[in-house]
Design a protein around this ligand. Structure first.
Ligand SMILES: NC(=O)c1ccc[n+]([C@@H]2O[C@H](COP(=O)([O-])OP(=O)(O)OC[C@H]3O[C@@H](n4cnc5c(N)ncnc54)[C@H](OP(=O)(O)O)[C@@H]3O)[C@@H](O)[C@H]2O)c1
Length: 339
């Protein structure tokens, strides 16, 4: 493969910009394993990198894309051989490593996970970092004694990738779920994903006291800012809040009251540098006990070509998108014809 297509982000004199280019393997960051990429996916972080709105990459130019799923083309590491089906989420892709929005990627073996047999390459990218992060949040909450008896789990940014998959996963794990969304008219969509109840963000009384009436057993927050502050005031004693995102704001303006008077825990969720054993275990759960059915019909908004990615990223930044964008990189189908 002398040259192949890649979506690269550059730092120019007038700021960062993305361009679709022809590159060779030699131009990529080093790694022992070359992967023919079947699919990637778009996350909010990809949108920040590709639109230039966020400082995501550690050096330029870099291939964008924090996720990929594909087939090993060549390996100089004993853990992988040509023909193996693999996936990668986070682990430095699209940040300090060249990422997955390209026909080929060259990665350290450490960044790769063997594709669990019950998932297709497509499924892996329908989940992507969004699904992995939702599973990490659920795991951390369960480890900290979150139980369905405590009450329903509020999920903010519910029509987004992380939020939408979280609704399904928490439901699968036995929790009642409440979707909190900024979008009018999303009820049917959110119920289909796993929401027991849907609340429009505009209709919530956010209150102002350090402690308001406690109504949520726990929460999954993708927004930060006022919404996260509200959740700290309203989660019940011993509940957990998984702090995932900052789509609204990176700020958190609260007090210690919920922590010391209700025993509420704010759990940090970081999906990039995750200990390998956790990573493998989380994918095992996503492919097993927490496996979501009909990802394509329920959570995938569209399957895009590489040239359609910049426009989709603008939709993500504007908060207009619903669900997940999967990006197809290989011209022919690399998944087996049927499962
Ligand atoms: N900690 C980690 O490791 C990790 C991993 C993955 C993602 N994240 C972060 O988690 C967040 C969600 O990621 P994602 O991939 O699910 O993003 P996404 O698919 O773009 O969804 C974000 C959702 O947040 C809401 N939203 C978007 N812009 C908003 C704004 N300006 N104000 C208020 N709400 C807004 C929208 O949902 P509604 O309209 O339904 O409210 C939108 O669908 C992002 O901040 C992302 O960077 C963090």
């Amino acid at each position: 493969m002398p040259h192949f297509k890649a979506l690269r982000v550059h730092q120019g004199l007038n700021g960062r910009f993305a361009s679709l280019e022809s590159v060779s393997l030699d131009e990529l960051t080093p790694g022992e394993v070359v992967v023919r990429v079947a699919y990637s996916g778009l996350n909010y972080k990809d949108a920040l990198a590709i639109t230039g709105k966020g400082s995501i990459m550690r050096a330029y130019p870099r291939t964008a894309g924090i996720d990929l799923a594909g087939v090993v083309e060549h390996s100089e590491h004993a853990a992988f051989k040509a023909g193996d089906r693999v996936l990668a989420t986070g682990a430095g892709l699209g940040e300090w490593l060249d990422g997955g929005l390209a026909e080929y990627a060259r990665l350290p073996a450490q960044a790769l996970v063997p594709l669990p047999p019950s998932l297709t390459l497509f499924d892996a990218m329908a989940l992507g970092t969004a699904g992995f992060t939702a599973a990490l949040a659920l795991t951390r909450m369960l480890e900290n004694h979150q139980s369905p008896e405590l009450g329903p789990i509020a999920v903010t940014g519910a029509t987004g990738g992380v939020g939408g998959i979280a609704l399904g996963l928490y439901r699968q794990a036995g929790f009642a779920t409440v979707a909190i969304t900024g979008k009018a008219g999303a009820e049917e969509y959110l119920h289909a994903l796993g929401a027991d109840r849907v609340i429009e963000r505009q209709h919530l009384d956010l209150g102002g006291k350090p402690l308001e009436q406690a109504v949520w057993g726990g929460a999954v927050d993708n927004l930060g800012g006022e919404m996260l502050t509200y959740l700290t005031r309203t989660v019940k004693p011993w509940g957990n809040i998984a702090c995932i995102g900052l789509a609204e704001s990176p700020l958190l303006n609260t007090t210690v009251m919920p922590l010391i008077l209700r025993g509420v825990s704010l759990l940090g969720i970081h999906s990039v540098e995750v200990p390998r054993q956790w990573r493998l275990k989380l994918w095992e759960r996503l492919a097993g006990e927490w496996k979501l059915t009909d990802l394509k019909g329920r959570i995938v908004r569209a399957v895009l070509g590489l040239e359609e990615v910049p426009l989709a990223c603008k939709e993500l930044i504007a908060g207009r998108a619903r669900g997940r964008y999967v990006v197809r990189l290989a011209a022919e189908e690399l998944d087996p014809p049927q499962r």
